[in-house]
Design a protein around this ligand. Structure first.
Ligand SMILES: *Cc1c(COP(=O)(O)O)cnc(C)c1O
Length: 434
């Protein structure tokens, strides 16, 4: 083992050499140095605002649903490590990938039968888009190669996913000329429980109808738009999209990378609407936050369509496709989730968030407070002061990562009631001081 680098030196090297998400170089904000993590707690290498331990309110961006250093997931990783950490997927296969793909087919909506294992969420969206474009190319309709989505979405940071992110938040202006130009509907009206807006449903139908000849697919995040703005909408619009797509020969893609594995109160958010997509992406919580892995699932119709074309293969194959270590941990994580009453845990956390965030509604500068599943959001009427909000949360002993006008949390499902209450105090403090 190399000698440990002391935290101050580590921060200096970090600033000098290491990019962080959406960051400048050299970095302007001092990141906290995490030394280890266990359960729902991150242990810091040096105290910050009097704290050396922080309760994680972010699940490391939706992924660590079982918390950190989980004995079952550790065991799965160790066991697989002793067999092989990786082996190429071209011409070879192995039990972890086959087991995982089979499991995913079992637990996702019935028509989804085939699985492409990708190495990150963005890549799984690229693969989903490639599947749809290639499907229509094989069907002799190559003009169907554009995508339709609604504003306010987020689908990842590589080029095709970026092209369907919210045009403003996604900075499409900056990339005009480089990004594929997609068709944008207005953002869905707010409110999971809101009465569906018939005018908006008509707007969706009209756009699908008028662009049908050039549309390969509609791609949306079902029910919760995550990194595009943490907004919730009525599942009824997913049914509208399903019907319009069926009527006009357009494929439907659900990006469940954030919403999958129980976060919204259904195992997959599509379950709220009772509709199934032609193609679906999962990622983030797939490995319980242990390793990078995502998957694109499709129906037999899509797979057979692609395979009957003049290029009868899906032309994609990442080096680390089907990584055995990640696949083995993913299998263990899915089993761990389904082996417990996860619905009850998500409901329990949702109730705790509702209770604890209620007081934020009265805070000056707060525009909206909303909770769905195990997701809690406080929206401000101004851009959050990230440094001040982070400091306020850390003082409460909680890790949060606000963005734009949002202070939000999606705790690990194993977070106890006292820790949920603590997270809520931190969100309220961050909303006040941010
Ligand atoms: C995070 C996210 C992605 C991108 O996944 P990465 O693993 O970060 O590439 C895509 N879609 C949605 C809905 C996401 O939340």
């Amino acid at each position: 083992m190399p000698d440990r680098i002391d935290p101050a030196r580590l921060r200096a090297l970090d600033r000098a050499h290491v990019w962080h998400p959406y960051g400048p170089m050299p970095g302007r904000q001092e990141p906290l140095v995490v030394e280890s993590a266990s359960g729902v707690r991150l242990r810091l290498a040096e105290p910050a605002h009097g704290r050396t331990e922080l309760v994680d309110g972010m699940s490391s961006w939706w992924s660590a649903v079982h918390g950190y250093n989980h004995p079952v997931l550790n065991e799965a990783a160790r066991d697989q490590l002793d067999r092989m950490s990786h082996v190429m997927f071209g011409g070879l296969t192995h039990e972890p990938a086959v087991r995982l793909a089979t499991r995913l087919v079992e637990i996702t909506p019935e028509p989804l039968q085939h699985v492409f294992l990708a190495d990150s969420g963005s890549v799984s969206v690229e693969v989903a888009v490639k599947m749809c474009l290639q499907y229509w190319r094989s069907a002799g309709r190559p003009a169907k190669r554009r995508l339709l989505t609604w504003r306010g979405g987020y689908h990842g940071d590589t080029w095709q996913p970026m092209s369907v992110c919210d045009p403003e938040g996604g900075m499409h202006e900056l990339w005009s000329g480089s990004l594929p130009r997609q068709v944008f509907a207005d953002a869905p009206p707010d409110g999971f429980d809101a009465e569906p807006d018939e005018a908006y449903a008509r707007h969706l139908r009209e756009l699908v109808t008028s662009h049908a000849d050039e549309l390969a697919a509609v791609i949306v995040e079902p029910v919760v738009q995550g990194a595009g703005g943490m907004r919730f909408h009525s599942p009824a619009y997913l049914r509208v999209l399903r019907e319009a797509c069926d009527e006009h020969d357009v494929l439907l893609v659900f990006d469940e990378i954030a919403t999958g594995f129980g976060r919204t109160g259904q195992l997959f958010a599509a379950g709220h609407a009772g509709v199934s997509p032609d193609v679906m992406c999962v990622g983030k919580a797939l490995t319980g936050g242990y390793l990078t892995l995502a998957a694109t699932l499709c129906t037999s119709r899509v797979a057979e369509g692609i395979s009957s074309g003049d290029v009868p293969v899906l032309a994609h194959g990442p080096t680390f496709m089907g990584n055995p270590l990640a696949s083995a941990v993913a299998c263990a994580s899915v089993d761990l989730l389904l082996g417990q009453d996860w619905e009850l845990e998500v409901k329990r956390i949702g109730a705790g968030l509702r209770r604890g965030l209620a007081e934020a509604a009265g805070v000056p500068g707060v525009r909206d407070v909303r909770v769905l599943g195990a997701i809690g959001v406080v929206q401000l009427d101004h851009e959050v002061d990230m440094a001040a909000a982070t400091r306020a949360a850390v003082r409460e002993g909680v890790w949060l990562r606000p963005f734009r006008d949002l202070v939000y949390t999606m705790p690990p499902y194993v977070t106890g009631d006292d820790d949920v209450a603590r997270i809520c105090r931190a969100v309220c403090a961050a909303a006040k001081e941010g």
